[in-house]
Design a protein around this ligand. Structure first.
Ligand SMILES: *Cc1c(COP(=O)(O)O)cnc(C)c1O
Length: 427
């Protein structure tokens, strides 16, 4: 594929090559990122990018859907199977528009939606001020307890009774602990609200059975497909049969035009990969790695929000180290360790220069790294924090990181050796 590109557009070819080198020569600790398999890459780069398929299988607005109908049906069936859902819509272009479609399916303009505040770990699209969701809907928010960094379900219940939102949103972008989706479902039911659950970050852990699934307890579940689920960039909605028609209508024609069939094709592939014993082992290792990394960081005196992690991500509160989040993430980047600065609960600094750092283990786990490598990564992060203004040390860590990366090459990596599909779709 790249050789045509190399001949036709050497400039872009060279830039892609540089990005490949950057991705393989650095430690990807951004918890929302991953490396997809070669099979997923093949599907996204396929001729399916050439096809318009407005509508749904069997009800399209263009001809020539002999194959697209089959592909989308396979993607839908695989999604329903791995998430144990009545209905799946695999057309949302991303997690953000999937969320918008979830709200638009259940609420009207001006209704109140209630999600976790951005600075507590909520997502922009959960009604944050900078997001269109706060202009279409009236947004209310709950927070985590600033002391413990944990959700306080009794407080959330009290607030919900007071504010009477039409929709309560569970699921987050920077929350390192398990979430009691069942309790959210009960709170919503108690006040006659709908429950939308956004598992963009943890959907891979949910599929693997490591975290509670919100599917039985939420009216609509929204997810991205490219984070722990390890598929192409995209979004997906899962719901009970009673909401199936409105969800489909809201996505198309409500919000979108033609679905990105090459993405849907790749989502189908990723869902087959997720339906394997190997994927469950992968998900378990993500969590083991995150726990080990958290433990080691705490030994080095780092304060972690909530004192650790149950999932794939770690939020470091840098206030005791006296290092602003952005300064830390930039220094780490110079040492080939890629993370993102983030607010921490109770942070009074601006979101453009907050006091936290967010890291995670999905991508390094895909490269085959295990507990032993987490010890090394913790040591690197400690060395950078202790020598934040010392470029010689940063350069030394840079070389050590490169060596580690060379021992765990990114892939054509995960060939999923002896790939076993647990419950073949075709049977
Ligand atoms: C990443 C994320 C999204 C948005 O997904 P995009 O594909 O970037 O639009 C939505 N919700 C949560 C909780 C996320 O973490």
């Amino acid at each position: 594929m790249l050789s045509a590109l190399e001949q036709y557009d050497p400039q872009i070819y060279e830039l892609i090559r540089q990005e490949e080198a950057r991705q393989s020569g650095s430690l990807r600790l951004i918890p929302s990122e991953n490396y997809v398999s070669r099979a997923v890459m093949n599907a996204t780069g396929s001729c399916l990018t050439n096809k318009y398929a407005e509508g749904y299988p069997g009800k399209r607005y263009y001809e020539g859907q002999q194959v697209t109908d089959l592909i989308e049906t396979v993607a839908i069936e695989r999604a329903k199977k791995v998430f144990k859902a009545d209905h799946a819509n695999v057309q949302p272009y991303s997690g953000s528009v999937a969320n918008l479609a979830a709200y638009n399916s259940l609420a009207s303009i001006g209704d109140t939606i209630m999600g976790l505040e951005l600075s507590s770990g909520g997502h922009l699209t959960h009604g944050s001020k900078g997001s269109i969701t706060s202009r279409i809907f009236n947004s209310a928010s709950y927070t985590v307890d600033p002391e413990t960094g944990l959700l306080d379900y009794d407080e959330i219940e009290k607030l919900a009774k007071k504010l009477r939102p039409k929709i309560i949103i569970s699921g987050y972008t920077a929350y390192p602990r398990k979430i009691d989706f069942k309790r959210f479902g009960e709170i919503a039911k108690e006040i006659g609200a709908f429950h939308v659950s956004d598992i963009a970050h943890i959907s891979g852990l949910v599929v693997a059975g490591l975290h509670q699934s919100p599917v039985p307890y939420a009216d609509i579940v929204s997810t991205t497909t490219h984070k722990t689920l390890r598929g192409p960039r995209g979004g997906m909605l899962l719901c009970k049969e009673e909401h199936a028609a409105v969800v489909n209508k809201t996505v198309f024609p409500g919000q979108q035009g033609g679905p990105h069939m090459h993405t849907i094709t790749a989502i189908a592939v990723a869902l087959a990969e997720a339906d394997t014993v190997e994927f469950i082992e992968y998900a378990k290792q993500i969590v083991k790695n995150a726990k080990r990394l958290a433990e080691k960081l705490m030994e080095y005196g780092f304060n972690l929000v909530s004192g650790g992690t149950d999932n794939h991500l770690i939020l470091i509160d840098l206030r005791n180290k006296g290092i602003p989040g952005k300064k830390m993430s930039k220094a780490l980047d110079r040492a080939r360790i890629v993370s993102n600065f983030n607010t921490v609960p109770g942070d009074t600094a601006s979101p453009f220069d907050p006091n936290g750092l967010r890291i995670g283990t999905p991508a390094v786990t895909t490269r085959g790294m295990r507990e032993e490598q987490m010890d090394e990564i913790a040591r690197f992060i400690h060395a950078i924090a202790e020598n934040i203004d010392n470029e010689a040390v940063i350069e030394k860590v840079n070389r050590e990181v490169l060596l580690l990366c060379s021992q765990f090459p990114v892939p054509d990596h995960f060939i999923l050796p002896g790939k076993k599909v647990l419950h073949p779709l075709s049977s």
